[in-house]
Design a protein around this ligand. Structure first.
Ligand code: KG4
Ligand code: ZN
Length: 344
């Protein structure tokens, strides 16, 4: 009788990744096994803390990461039913972000990796957002144009394959999420502004106020949102009565139109069949609807980040780290966090 040779899948194929994300004001931890098994993804939001300041206060954010992270890591393992010793690699966001926030998660992850004698992987936050529409489906990655639209960034990126990126355009001033946050503040709506403007816009008339569509006709793939914010600032003192829902809807529509048109134009310019949209603002339902409509009209496939993966989270960090682990590209523990880290 032939003896059976068992060939268990190697750890390289099925790693258990512990990932930590602390680039801004969300403390997040995830455990991802084997590309598609998200054992846990936990986010401790600090929104309620920063709300009273109308935005993120870096010193306060880092102190809260310090308090929340150890508790979150411990509860992640308890809830996922795995042990620290089961982990094959430890990852953390290396940048971009607030340096004092980044340092908390980055130093903690390095410490855990060193203690476990396991590889450490520093992940670019922008790459994690960019790849989040391919979460669970890395085989599905293909040449595409990705719109990363968050509080810190608005970028159009051409992707050949994982790790091969080219920037097609970026915002020249405010990021789209930043514009949502600043306009919300002008309107007296709480931080973070994006979801609150979206809520306020429900039932509003998006055509009531004719707001500028910055750089819509610029012929390139750059963005500008500061003129839109200024237009709202100058309009506000002239308004009275019931205008908030209409103003929110008009503002949202201006942002959405620019993002959708430029993204589809960028995809056509590099002749790709797929467009992805990710980052905090990609949770906006009006943006999702309009992207879908425009993609269908242009005959382009659309991959939107799953709603749970739009705002900052550690699952997307774990996903990138898993890909790096498989290719054996680890990060030296001597490498520091970088608040200005670029995608390319
Ligand atoms: O990706 P993210 O969590 O953090 C950064 O990497 O910046 O994005 C946060 C941004 C904030 O500016 C927030 O107002 C915006 O995303 N945002 C939204 C929505 N949800 C979050 N903007 C518009 N509509 C939303 N539903
Ligand atoms: Zn982000």
């Amino acid at each position: 009788m032939k003896s059976e040779i068992r060939n268990p899948r190697s750890k390289m194929d099925t790693p258990l990744v512990l990932a930590i994300e602390t680039s801004c004001d969300e403390t997040a931890v995830a455990l991802l096994r084997n590309r598609d098994e998200l054992l846990i993804s936990k986010i401790a939001s600090q929104s309620a803390i920063h709300e009273r300041y109308g935005g993120v206060v870096p010193e306060v954010a880092s102190r809260n990461h310090l308090i929340k992270l150890p508790v979150l890591v411990e509860s992640a393992f308890a809830d996922a039913g795995v042990r620290l010793a089961d982990v094959d690699c430890v990852a953390a966001t290396r940048g971009p972000g607030l340096l004092t926030s980044l340092l908390v998660g980055y130093a903690a992850a390095k410490g855990i990796a060193i203690g476990l004698r396991k590889p450490f992987i520093g992940v670019n936050h922008l790459e994690a957002h960019l790849l989040s529409p391919f979460f669970n489906d890395p085989a599905g990655t293909q040449p595409s144009v990705g719109l990363i639209v968050s509080g810190g960034h608005t970028q159009l990126v051409s992707m050949e394959a994982i790790g091969q990126y080219r920037i097609l355009g970026s915002t020249l001033d405010d990021a789209a999420g930043e514009a949502f946050d600043k306009v919300a503040k002008l309107l007296g709506l709480p931080y973070p502004g994006g979801p609150n403007i979206e809520r306020c816009a429900q039932g509003g008339d998006p055509a009531r106020f004719d707001l500028p569509r910055g750089m819509l006709g610029s012929g390139d793939f750059n963005f500008s949102f500061s003129g839109l914010k200024t237009a709202v600032r100058y309009l506000l003192p002239k308004l009275s009565g019931d205008y908030q829902a209409d103003l929110c809807a008009s503002f949202q529509e201006a942002v959405v139109q620019v993002l959708v048109r430029k993204t589809i134009a960028a995809a056509k310019s590099v002749a790709v069949q797929t467009v992805t949209v990710s980052g905090g603002v990609s949770g906006n339902l009006r943006l999702r609807q309009e992207m879908e409509r425009a993609a269908i009209a242009a005959g382009i496939n659309l991959r939107l980040a799953a709603p749970a993966l739009t705002t900052d989270n550690a699952a997307m960090i774990a996903f990138v780290a898993g890909e790096r682990f498989r290719s054996g590209s680890f990060t030296a523990c001597t490498q520091d966090a970088d608040p200005n880290l670029k995608l390319v």
